[in-house]
Design a protein around this ligand. Structure first.
Ligand SMILES: [Zn+2]
Length: 120
């Protein structure tokens, strides 16, 4: 089945919304966990730096949030590049049903199974 840009457009808004809300949550969590001193400092820090800090904090909740934010950010960026829906590894189209399940899915089924096989 051929995919059109129209199909993918359905995922753009939910992804952007998730991105913004995750970024807010991450900043709040960092303040709660005192990884950063105050709201101004957090808001003045580059989001990528916050993600790095969150990932190195070893606070599970914060770590998961940072990982998800990275994934969602990559998907939002791929829209801007016109690469959305293409596998990050093999550049084939990602199965539409997989994107419906998780619009931030970066890999096609074959590549996911391949990496599972190699990493587990
Ligand atoms: Zn692939």
């Amino acid at each position: 089945m051929a995919m059109t840009d129209m199909n993918y457009k359905n995922f753009q808004y939910p992804l952007e919304t998730e991105y913004l809300s995750l970024a807010e949550q991450l900043k709040n969590e960092m303040l709660i966990n005192h990884l950063n001193n105050n709201t101004t400092a957090v808001n003045n820090t580059d989001l990528n730096d916050l993600i790095v800090m969150a990932k190195s904090s070893f606070i599970p909740n914060l770590f998961d949030m940072a990982i998800r934010l990275e994934k969602v950010d990559a998907a939002v960026c791929s829209f801007k590049l016109g690469m959305y829906g293409l596998c990050a590894d093999c550049e084939e189209e990602i199965e539409y049903s997989d994107l419906e399940q998780d619009p931030a899915q970066p890999r096609c089924k074959a590549c996911r199974e391949h990496s599972r096989y190699h990493h587990d």
